[in-house]
Design a protein around this ligand. Structure first.
Ligand code: C2E
Ligand code: MG
Ligand code: MG
Length: 609
């Protein structure tokens, strides 16, 4: 009940004078007064007007006030209306409270008492009403809150379910991707990648156990290509699957089998010794060859080439191991006859040595028959474009006229001590040529440690200089760091002696040795040639750039000129020029060519200048 809304009070009494008294007393109050002169009328008026309070006489003819009150309290619609009884005696009090009355006044009613009670109960009524309203409001809020919570819970449950489904799906996909990345699609065996990881682990563990050794069995199907080409890829795939099944059946549980690609399979296994490993290899080979392959009623017999490699510490990487296995298997294939090839590190070394030894008479004969040829590559000054400088690089002419590069015969010549003869050949032929074709260009000649170590080396050169009247400063000798270190005292003497004749010296392949800077102090050299490994990708590798920068800084502090080898592109050239390198040499400027060709170019350059 709002303060602004007038309260309605119903006064019930069968005695009109009593009603008048009440009306008179309440006149001063801001209320609307209704009256009824019987219990029955009181009920009717209450239903139609819903008063805020009833002042009720108890004793009335017909329906008593107590009965009216009981009926009002029994209906939810009217139960809350406060009823104050007007009674002539205290004796009715307990009955009136039992019927639901809130208070009572004893007649004759006093004005102040009536007004005070009416006010009090109107206030209580108002408070109760607003409490009820607040309660129902709260209930409403609670209900909508509850509904919202339930709705959100439903949403979360649904979201959770979707999320779980998605996580499961992703996990399945991840497993699938992992499986696919490690397995071969056709045979469901491990693939090359996965096998490489296993081999890596095996290599790491080499030497850990003295009783077991690891072996790699490499298998190549000899007739796979024929079956694939004549019966089609489906047949080829089926053959691969059957081979995989056979391998699974003949190998042990702990063996690692993989399809390495194409028609190659591999098994990594451990065994106590080579004898047992060979026996196992034989069993695998027999099982594969006994397996008959039938396709569209045609039967195919097939053979396999196998190689067995013991994984020991002579093998430094997985790629090394696989290249040995593939090569050994290839030998087995070209040998035919279905034998097992077994790789053995010491045998390989002996074979390599034997192969090199076979080269010795060929090189010797080439020197004797003058089948060496002088080629030269320009070395460009970054300060003076007119400077003419080149490095002499030797080539060997085969009997059929084709050329061998130094990489194919110099290492053999060094190992079998033929390099000294090659250096002498190069020096004397160069000097002869220069005597016949005078030029103001200067030439760098590579000298081996073997040559420098010979007592006669200095004399050999001084004789040539004298005999062919080679001008001072026309020759520069390149000594590699490794050969210089091998016999440092001899090298120091050699350099000092020849310096006096006007020859220059360069430390070649600089940076590849471990203590390069040491030798800058000991040797009176004029140039350092920074090895190609630091120069080739200087435009991409910041560490190499730093290396070159530091070599250049130290060399120039000592008054030594810097040559960068293997300059292959303009970007590298620009960086080297920024660093302050003095000379560059490389394919981006000039590829080695026969000496006469380069000298004609020098001549033309001179004429144009
Ligand atoms: P080196 O003295 O370091 O010679 C430079 C090598 O790098 C030459 O190889 C040259 O062709 C190559 N080269 C030059 N520019 C580039 C480039 O931009 N990129 C790449 N990738 N390579 C480049 P070559 O002629 O095959 O000679 C190889 C090595 O053989 C020489 O290395 C030298 O140590 C040795 N050698 C050559 N001739 C003689 C010789 O007369 N006596 C001796 N003792 N050794 C020689
Ligand atoms: Mg050189
Ligand atoms: Mg070099």
């Amino acid at each position: 009940m709002d303060d602004n809304i007038q309260a309605t009070i119903l006064a019930v009494d069968d005695e009109p004078s009593n009603l008048n008294i009440i009306a008179g007393y309440l006149k001063s109050m801001p209320i609307k007064l209704l009256v009824a002169n019987s219990g029955e009328k009181a009920l009717t008026v209450t239903q139609s007007t819903m008063p805020d309070m009833i002042l009720m006489d108890i004793r009335m003819p017909g329906m008593s006030g107590i009965e009216v009150c009981r009926q009002l309290k029994s209906s939810p619609k009217t139960a809350d209306i406060p009823v104050i009884f007007l009674t002539a005696s205290d004796g009715d009090v307990s009955e009136s409270f039992a019927a639901g009355g809130v208070d009572y006044l004893v007649k004759p009613v006093k004005s102040e008492e009536l007004i005070a009670r009416v006010n009090t109960h109107l206030k209580i009524r108002k408070l109760v009403k607003s409490l009820a309203q607040a309660n129902s409001l709260l209930e409403g809020v609670n209900e909508s809150l509850e509904a919202k919570v339930q709705e959100r819970t439903r949403e979360l449950v649904a979201l959770n379910r979707n999320l779980r489904r998605e996580v499961d799906e992703r996990r399945r996909l991840q497993d699938k991707i992992t499986y696919l990345s490690e397995h071969d699609f056709i045979t469901r065996m491990l693939n090359r990648n996965a096998m490489e990881s296993e081999l890596d682990i095996a290599l790491d563990g080499v030497g850990e156990s003295s009783s077991t050794r690891h072996y790699l069995l490499f298998i190549d199907l000899d007739q796979f290509k024929v079956i694939n080409d004549t019966c089609g890829h489906i047949a080829g795939d089926e053959l691969l699957r059957q081979v995989a099944d056979t391998l699974r059946a003949v190998t042990d549980k702990q063996d690692v089998c993989a399809r390495m690609g194409g028609d190659e399979f591999a098994i990594l296994f451990s065994s106590e010794d080579m004898g047992l490993a060979i026996a196992k290899t034989r069993a695998v080979k027999t099982a594969l060859e006994q397996q008959e392959f039938t396709w569209q009623e045609e039967q195919f017999q097939h053979t396999v080439s196998v190689a067995l490699v013991e994984i020991d510490n002579s093998i430094d990487s997985v790629s090394h191991l696989l290249s040995i296995a593939e090569r050994t298997c290839y030998y087995s294939k070209i040998k035919g006859g279905g034998e097992i090839s077994v790789f053995n590190a010491s045998r390989e070394l002996i074979e390599k040595s034997q192969k090199q030894a076979k080269q010795v008479p060929i090189i010797r004969q080439a020197i004797a028959e003058n089948r060496l040829e002088l080629h030269a590559q320009r070395i460009l000054s970054l300060h003076d474009a007119s400077e003419k400088k080149a490095e002499i690089l030797v080539r060997m002419k085969n009997e059929d006229g084709s050329l061998k590069l130094p990489g194919q015969f110099i290492p053999v010549a060094e190992r079998f001590h033929l390099i000294d003869s090659i250096d002498r050949w190069v020096l004397s032929h160069l000097c002869q040529w220069l005597a016949k074709n005078p030029t103001d260009a200067s030439f760098c000649v590579n000298l081996s440690g073997d040559f420098i170590a010979k007592d006669s080396a200095c004399e050999f050169i001084t004789n040539l200089l004298r005999e062919y009247r080679i001008p001072k400063g026309q020759l520069c000798f390149e000594i590699t760091e490794t050969s210089a270190i091998a016999n440092i005292d001899t090298t120091v003497r050699f350099v000092n002696t020849l310096h006096q004749t006007g020859c220059e010296f360069a430390l070649d392949d600089f940076g590849t040795g471990t203590s390069s800077y040491e030798y800058l102090k000991k040797l009176a050299i004029d140039y350092v040639k920074i090895d190609g490994m630091f120069v080739r990708d200087i435009d991409k590798d910041p560490i190499n750039r730093k290396m070159v920068e530091s070599i250049a800084a130290i060399a120039s502090a000592k008054g030594i000129k810097v040559v960068a080898e293997c300059v292959e592109n303009d970007a590298a050239k620009a960086i080297l020029s920024d660093i302050g390198v003095d000379y560059i040499q490389g394919f981006c400027e000039h590829r080695p060519e026969p000496l006469p060709g380069l000298c004609s170019q020098f001549k033309m350059q001179q004429e144009h200048a």
